[in-house]
Ligand binder design. Sequence first.
Ligand code: HEC
Length: 130
Amino acid sequence: MKKSGHFTAGLTMLIGLFVAQPGLSQDKTVNDGVFTEAQVSSGQAVYDSQCKTCHNMRFYRDTLRSWSNQPLLYLWENIMGTMPADNPGSLMFEEYTDVIAYILSENGFPAGDATLDPDNGMDAIKILAP
Ligand code: HEC
């Protein structure tokens, strides 16, 4: 009697599925021209009417310092959720974004070709101390 041999199917094991993670190497800082001049000027109008009554620019400078190395998006979210203190969340997304552009510009960071956009890469822009 003949013993039938085992048919052994080859086992294919997929080990190590490497997913490319390009994010980290592309990190930017607020020094890289991450907002436009146009955002700065519309931000100034928002700032003058909505933000100036309770804080002066020195306050924002200290804020940037204490937020240094954090993603700019976090500051945007924080401001949007809490400011203006007498009416949080009352501004439009663009107004919060523009006011941040203005504050950065006033603290010596350069405008550039890129438009600051909370939906596009702001989590990969690091705040630096002015
Ligand atoms: C009615 C007063 C008032 C207005 C108007 C106001 N703030 Fe504030 N803001 C406060 C108070 C109060 C705090 C919390 C106490 C503090 O840190 O001085 C604060 C804190 C902050 C902080 C610090 C956040 C942190 O966690 O480090 C930022 C940044 C800020 N405000 C930005 C803004 C911006 C931008 C505007 C305009 C859109 C604005 N504020 C308008 C009263 C105000």
